[in-house]
Design a protein around this ligand. Structure first.
Ligand code: GDP
Length: 297
């Protein structure tokens, strides 16, 4: 389950401080030491942990007095607020086009969950927002990826634009957008090619699509279970493509939480959605406050 390991550790730590009527500087020191270790063990980026601990120390020692809470509870409240901030604070919504269609480009490494997430996102837009998306198969290197998207389109009963493996991805994207305009699809979600590792050719291709199509959103799909690797991938993609948001997949299997807790601080790009399972309805908008709540109990 998401964050289970981290949640267990932190909840243990806070159990000790919860009921305290007086929290001394030594208590805060002990608490921050344990939080620091728990975050490092959860594979949170080293620098992110350092800054985080500094902030909670400052706030917990000179904390504001609230009569409804014990000092112990106030310290926990500070940590919860800082964890929420660390994951982006407010929930970040999709940026929509002034005139439809809104174009979303999905990028990421092979296996991260890009194609599945393309289907999930389309399903979410239809179910929650009554939208009518067009899916676009722009991974021209892997026939299997095109088939996979077509299968998802069938399952969802949604149109999929594809031109096989011979066409150029920029042309595919442009033609798809034209078709969406003609057929009144208000969203276009482009599933681009992925590789097993970041490579220059792939980045060139994605940059070309991005420059030509000027998507409203460029969503980077990363696998939460890969921890700091996901953070490094996010940094590279963001430098090259200036992504607008992150989708964290496989959060259902991530007991540690290192990627979820580091990506916003490292890339300054919000996590917009989280994948919580393989099924098409298992994509959720990412709410930092609910995630912090889940971690701290
Ligand atoms: P792509 O190569 O990036 O397009 O990756 P796929 O969409 O083919 O997904 C790779 C694998 O990850 C598939 O087996 C998916 O079912 C699985 N997957 C994707 N998202 C999630 C998720 O949120 N949770 C879980 N448990 N599995 C996921």
């Amino acid at each position: 389950m998401a964050f289970e390991g981290l949640a267990d550790r932190l909840q243990n730590t806070f159990q000790k401080i919860k009921g305290k009527g007086k929290v001394t500087e030594a208590d805060v020191k002990e608490m921050t030491r344990e939080v620091r270790l728990a975050l490092l063990e959860a594979d949170v980026n080293f620098k992110v942990v350092k800054d985080f601990i500094k902030r909670i120390k400052e706030r917990a020692v000179g904390q504001e007095v609230m009569q409804s809470l014990t000092p112990g509870q106030q310290v926990i409240k500070v940590v919860k607020e800082e964890l929420t901030d660390l994951m982006g604070g407010e929930q970040s919504k999709i940026a929509v086009a002034n005139r439809p269609p809104t174009v979303i480009m999905m990028v990421g490494l092979q296996g991260a969950g890009k194609t599945t997430t393309t289907g999930k996102l389309a399903n979410h837009l239809r179910k929650q927002h009554n939208r009518n998306p067009l899916l676009v198969a722009a991974d021209v290197y892997r026939p299997a990826a095109i088939n996979q998207l077509e299968t998802l389109g069938n399952q969802l009963d949604m149109p999929v634009f594809s031109k096989g493996t011979e066409a150029n991805p920029v042309d595919i994207a442009n033609e798809a957008i034209q078709q969406a305009k003609d057929n009144h699809n208000d969203y276009v979600i482009i599933d681009t090619a992925g590789r097993l590792h970041v490579d220059e050719h792939l980045m060139d291709e994605l940059q070309q699509i991005r420059q030509n199509v000027q998507p409203n959103e460029t969503f980077l799909v990363v696998d939460a279970m890969t921890g700091q690797d996901a953070v490094n991938v996010a940094e590279t993609f963001n430098e090259q493509l200036d992504v607008t948001g992150v989708v964290l997949t496989k959060l259902d299997g991530d007991t540690r939480g290192g990627a979820a807790l580091s990506i916003k601080a490292v890339t300054d790009k919000p996590i917009k959605f989280a994948g919580m399972g393989e099924k098409l309805d298992q994509l959720e908008p990412f709410y930092p406050d609910r995630m912090a709540q889940r971690i701290l109990g």
